[in-house]
Design a protein around this ligand. Structure first.
Ligand code: F0G
Length: 482
């Protein structure tokens, strides 16, 4: 049962904060939205924010800061070396994770680059619950490959398994036996597994992976970017953890990991990143790369203001009321859409609501990017910007053949504490309209396709004049001007 303090009426989630700074929004007419989408090559990454009504592209660097975070930014100590700000951040990270060392970096993928450069070599294999785009790219760039060992339910968008981010421990054991521990520089576990719908792992599963890795002398590296959601979902869904505080769960999770890295654009609601660890020798190895790529050791590419905000943000991450907002709002949206018959990934995870484009647009073949088409169509009809998380977000194989994604998702991210329940109501209303008119949506094909991380800059075109027909129908139904 939901905690009463977060809900009222018919399971409506309650904002446990008030807005004291607001930003005006504009909802442009559908004709302008359709034009903007065409101008952006049907890729929502290439839209200008001024054309966007509700921005659900990502929660990266777009979470609302608290008053305490903003206040902390004022007393930042600006020094190239040895700033007080860094000392405060380092101390907070030690308090939260209990690790001796902290290396700062400008964002999450910089940590991935450093970790991959230090540990991955030609022929390395990195097992993980599931990849993230940048994590995989850096491992491959350094000559390694990845093995995804997610439990079977993780890839089943309809499975109600509470921990779809769990790793299949038996598969990991077989892989270690097959390859030998020497080929495996580390096992990567991603909290709040992004690309499968923000799905958490359980503490029990992490401990089982930990026991196996320690027995074989293999490091565990945790991507903690989405850890806040994962911590909250452990507390809510794992009976053995129900009475633990968020602080205790965090420590229990951290104890299993040798290196914890994170994007502070997500964890701590600020911007930046870093790595925490206990091993002095590894620290020295990794440290060498920080001044080369990031900046001096006491800022690593982050501004001192962001570091202060992060320090407070990390402290607030230990507050259940604060971190509950993301998963509870996501659950509200996921459950309401499911009740309306709109296909979404269940159960609700963290990060946001993930619409299953394969079932939503079952007439569009995977080669024509159903998730990309859904993202473009949804922007046209609503002004809401989501993100394609499907085949377009994958890379072609070395021989140039397409690498179909396991899932075709439209991600509607919920930056924490940014949108209200009534805004979510609008989003769901328009999504429902699109679902009722889904036959009008057609596929997309690439006209410009970058080799690496093509989803960022790639441009596409519709396979027919479907955007015009969709816009015409919408404009008729809602008297919105073309
Ligand atoms: N790991 C995970 C799980 C992430 O979600 C991200 C970023 C990164 C690493 C990289 O961190 O952006 O600070 O370099 N995710 C963003 C998103 C981009 O929209 O999901 P970064």
């Amino acid at each position: 049962m939901p905690d009463v303090k977060f809900f009222y009426g018919d399971n409506l989630p309650l904002e446990m904060h008030k807005a004291r700074i607001v930003q005006k929004l504009e909802l442009k007419p559908i004709g302008q939205r359709a034009q903007a989408m065409a101008g952006a090559g049907y890729n929502t990454f290439l839209l200008n924010n001024s054309d966007v009504f509700i921005d659900m592209l990502t929660d990266s660097g777009t979470n609302a800061m608290s008053d305490r975070q903003q206040a902390a930014m004022m007393w930042a100590d600006d020094a190239y070396a040895g700033s007080e700000t860094f000392v405060r951040l380092e101390k907070m990270l030690k308090r939260v994770f209990g690790k001796s060392y902290f290396l700062p970096a400008h964002q999450g993928r910089a940590c991935e680059s450093i970790i991959s450069q230090v540990f991955v070599e030609e022929g390395s294999v990195v097992p993980m619950n599931y990849h993230f785009t940048t994590s995989k790219a850096h491992i491959v760039l350094n000559g390694g490959r990845i093995e995804e060992l997610l439990i079977e339910e993780g890839l089943d968008v309809e499975s109600e398994h509470p921990f779809k981010g769990n790793m299949d421990v038996q598969k990991l054991e077989s892989l270690i036996c097959e390859l030998g521990a020497d080929r495996i520089p580390f096992v990567r576990l991603e909290a709040g597994t992004n690309l499968i719908g923000g799905q958490p792992f359980s503490l029990e599963n992490l401990r089982a992976v930990g026991r196996l890795c320690r027995a074989h002398g293999i490091l565990i590296v945790m991507d903690a970017s989405l850890l806040a959601d994962n911590l909250y979902l452990i507390k809510r869904r794992e009976a053995a953890c129900a009475e633990m505080t968020i602080e205790e769960i965090t420590r229990a999770v951290a104890e299993e990991c040798d290196i914890i890295y994170f994007s502070a654009r997500k964890l701590g609601c600020a911007r930046g990143g870093g790595m925490c660890l206990d091993d002095g020798d590894l620290y020295l190895k990794m440290r060498e790369l920080i001044p080369l790529y990031e900046g001096f050791l006491t800022y690593g590419g982050m501004s001192v203001r962001e570091m202060e905000a992060l320090t407070v943000g990390l402290e607030e991450t230990m507050d259940e009321d604060m971190i509950g907002q993301g998963p509870e709002f996501t659950a509200y949206m996921v459950d309401a859409l499911k009740d309306r018959g709109v296909p979404v990934v269940v159960p609700a995870g963290g990060l946001g609501c993930h619409v299953d484009a394969r079932r939503f647009l079952d007439h569009i073949p995977q080669e024509e990017s159903p998730a990309g088409a859904l993202a473009a169509a949804f922007f046209i009809v609503s002004g809401v910007r989501g993100m394609e998380r499907g085949t377009m977000s994958e890379q072609r194989d070395a021989d140039g053949s397409e690498n179909p994604a396991h899932m075709e998702l439209l991600r509607l991210a919920l930056p924490r504490r940014v949108f209200t329940v009534s805004q979510l109501g609008y989003v769901m209303d328009r999504l429902q309209w699109l679902f009722d008119n889904r036959d009008l949506v057609g596929g997309l094909r690439f006209v410009e396709e970058p080799e690496i991380l093509r989803f960022f800059f790639g441009k596409l075109e519709p396979v027919s004049d479907w955007p015009e027909r969709l816009a015409a129908k919408y404009s008729e139904d809602f008297r919105d001007s073309l």
